[in-house]
Design a protein around this ligand. Structure first.
Ligand code: NAD
Length: 300
């Protein structure tokens, strides 16, 4: 597919969608955008995007439609709801969902649009807003290989490490596994660092030693120095989205018969943070619960 003639639609211009849509415009794609928040469209419009009034309108003029939505309910609404994609989609168009949803949701959506001749890929991403901005996201794609190959050029605009991981739903399964490990790690990092600081160890010393020892993780190596140590809790990846993902992960485990002990505890910790009004903050703000309990702060 020659990118200059390919018409792309983008629905969900949030933290991630803003950066991904702007990168598509910079790469020369003709882009039509939609979000329920009109103000979200301002930035892509400034870079040359056209605004649509509904997902249906996006679908009527797009060869490829990319979604970046907060949860499964929003995806179902956008595709199956009134004035949704299903009402406007043209035979042969492709829906690429980059949201984190459950494998069963993407399969439900795909089976609803199949008769209309729409192909679907689940292509959730990892790498946060900085990865979205730099075009270096990891993308884990499920679906038909031939459809995947047709979309590679578009995926390369925002993805650096792009993997076809299996049939439809596999991308979301891999993403849920990845997030299980990364979200639990933020809680163990928080617990460990507060223990160390309460014991009188300098937090920078803990960081220096653990980052070259077996306690290291992406949470320790990146989130500790860049977010926690500076007390910078603006998102990034919010506690609200973290609770959403952990809910999806636990439901996925239940659905396929896998108990998830540590994940359940981490979920309750984040739910407490949400109940205390921290939902819109970055998920590293969960450390403040441990800091409050121990009466210390992990800052340097
Ligand atoms: P966000 O909440 O910032 O953006 C979602 C956007 O969707 C918002 O602009 C919202 O107005 C819009 N929206 C909601 N319902 C809609 C509807 N019915 N129709 C049209 N637009 C609608 O979320 P985000 O941080 O950009 O994340 C988007 C997806 O990517 C989520 O599924 C998230 O789990 C995943 N993700 C996020 C990150 C991150 O670091 N933020 C990283 C990887 C994956």
């Amino acid at each position: 597919m020659e990118n200059k003639i390919l018409k792309v639609g983008f629905i969900g211009i949030g933290v991630m969608g803003r950066e991904m849509s702007i990168n598509l415009l910079k790469a020369g794609y003709e882009l039509t955008v939609y979000d329920i928040r009109e103000e979200a469209l301002e930035d892509p419009i400034r870079f040359g995007a056209k605004a649509a009034g509904s997902p249906k309108e996006v679908a009527q003029i797009s060869d490829i439609i990319i979604t970046s939505l907060p949860n499964p309910e929003a995806l179902e609404e956008v595709v199956l709801g009134k004035d949704g994609l299903l009402e406007g989609a043209r035979r042969g168009c492709i829906l690429i969902d980059t949201s984190t949803v459950s494998p069963s949701t993407i399969r439900k959506v795909a089976s609803a649009v199949k008769d209309r001749g729409v192909d679907v890929l689940d292509a959730p991403v990892s790498g946060g807003v900085s990865g979205a901005k730099a075009g270096t996201l990891s993308v884990m794609v499920g679906g038909d290989v031939e459809v995947f190959e047709r979309c590679l050029e578009v995926l390369r605009v925002f993805g650096k490490n792009i993997y076809h991981v299996g049939e439809l739903g596999s991308g979301d399964a891999v993403k849920l596994v990845n997030n299980l490990m990364s979200l639990v790690n933020v809680v163990t990092l928080s617990e460990g660092m507060v223990l160390g600081v309460k014991a009188g160890i300098d937090p920078k010393t803990l960081y220096n030693v653990c980052k070259v020892s077996t306690g290291r993780s992406q949470a320790l190596e990146w989130k500790l120095p860049n977010k926690i140590s500076k007390g910078r809790f603006e998102p990034g990846f919010t506690i609200d989205l973290t609770c959403k993902d952990l809910g999806l992960i636990l439901a996925f485990g239940r659905e396929i018969g896998v108990p998830l002990f540590v994940t359940s505890i981490a979920q309750q910790v984040y739910e407490l943070a949400k109940a205390k009004g921290l939902g819109r903050l970055d998920n590293t703000a969960v450390i403040t619960l441990f800091e409050e309990a121990a009466q210390v702060k992990v800052r340097y």
